[in-house]
Design a protein around this ligand. Structure first.
Ligand code: NAD
Length: 341
């Protein structure tokens, strides 16, 4: 805070919580979880990929600042400090990263840097930084543990920029913890799925469900044998406050996700069966899907022993339930008839 500036007194005794990216997919589910606690919640989201509909059911009980994070932080400069901060705002999704590399890189580095500077200058509250399994890059192993080495492709392959940016975010958060005492927790989310996730930016499950509801072809890239572990967003957000409250978690990195793999081909089959769809499953070469080039990983599974030991994390939603809930959401909003989210 600039010298000489005074902070407005906080007359409201309720804890102050900031969720950046709170109108997005994961952020809005976190808001659903935290809102009933009665905290004073501020959501900052520039709606670049988030949707105001995701949080409309909480207004006017929450404060929504619809602007870019660094500008919102200037607006919050003379307010009392937050008690808890969840930083989820980012440029997310393969298609978005490839379509707008400059904007994505700048967002993913500069906005996190601005947020960390802000919280450090405003009381050092426990702060959760959303990272990604992409940070592991393409190591030989298929099970990823938090302290594993990472291996990235060359900077001439645009896809790797997201991993580099998220790794820089992690370094910065951990440096603020080590050098400035910020109780920061880094969460590496693996494939997170559920209602409100947009298929527009290349996310696989909403794309599959949308196609299945239209009986349209489901495009599986490559041979479909690549595996991923999908975790329902409601299981993911449930563990975040527990981690943030735990001093054992501060200054550490956690894998968050499911450790049950499924191949992308099997996932397409499951979607077709669960939704009684007539969709054909069509294998599409990567070169057709990503003419500008794309390196996919064969397998990706988190080692969850750390998060289990700190807070007993165990995902409870089945993939069948998640698929049914995504389909229900799409049906009820009428967007399966060809509309875009
Ligand atoms: N969904 C996943 O499977 C997954 C996997 C790994 C990591 N993550 C991480 O989790 C976090 C949330 O991702 P998500 O899946 O909910 O994506 P999302 O795109 O739905 O959410 C990101 C939100 O941030 C907002 N935003 C982007 N730039 C902003 C800026 N400069 N200022 C303010 N708001 C901004 C967007 O409008 C959006 O609402 C991200 O940090 C992402 O990197 C997600």
């Amino acid at each position: 805070m600039p010298p000489g500036q005074t902070i407005k007194p906080d007359t409201d005794p309720r804890p102050r919580v900031l969720i950046t990216g709170g109108a997005g997919f994961i952020g809005s589910h976190l808001l659903d979880l935290l809102a009933p606690s009665g905290a004073q919640i501020t959501v900052v989201d520039d709606l670049s990929t988030g949707r105001v509909e995701n949080i409309a059911h909480h207004q006017p009980r929450i404060r929504f600042i619809g602007s870019r994070l660094d500008r919102a932080l200037e607006q919050l400069e003379d307010e009392p400090p937050f008690d808890r901060v969840y930083h989820l705002a980012a440029a997310v999704g393969v298609d978005l990263i490839l379509a707008d590399p400059i904007g994505s890189i700048e967002t993913n580095v500069e906005q996190t840097s601005a947020l960390l500077r802000y919280v450090n200058a405003h009381g050092n509250p426990p702060t959760l930084i959303a990272s990604s399994s992409e940070v592991y890059g393409k190591p030989g192993a298929s099970v990823f543990s938090e302290d594993d080495d990472t291996l990235y492709g060359p900077s001439t392959t645009g896809r790797w920029s997201y991993a580099h940016c998220k790794a820089i975010d992690e370094h910065l958060a951990l440096a603020y913890h080590d050098k400035r005492g910020l109780p920061a927790v880094v969460c590496r989310f693996f494939n997170t799925v559920g209602p409100r996730q947009s298929g527009q930016y290349g996310m696989v499950l909403p794309r599959f469900v949308q196609a299945a509801l239209n009986d349209a072809p489901i495009r599986v890239f490559g041979d479909g044998e690549q595996t991923r572990c999908f975790c329902d967003v409601r299981d993911v957000v449930a563990v975040l406050p527990t981690l943030l409250e735990s001093s054992e978690a501060h200054g550490r990195v956690f894998n968050i996700g499911s450790d049950r793999p499924i191949s992308i081909g099997q996932l397409a089959g499951l979607v077709v069966r669960e939704l009684s769809s007539e969709s054909p499953i069509v294998k599409t070469p990567y070169a057709d899907a990503y003419p500008q080039g794309f390196e996919d990983l064969r397998h990706r599974r988190p080692d969850l022993s750390r998060v289990r030991s700190v807070c007993g994390f165990e995902p409870s939603y089945t993939l069948s339930r998640t698929i049914a809930d995504i389909a229900e959401e799409i049906r009820s909003s009428g967007i399966h008839a060809g509309g875009k989210r």
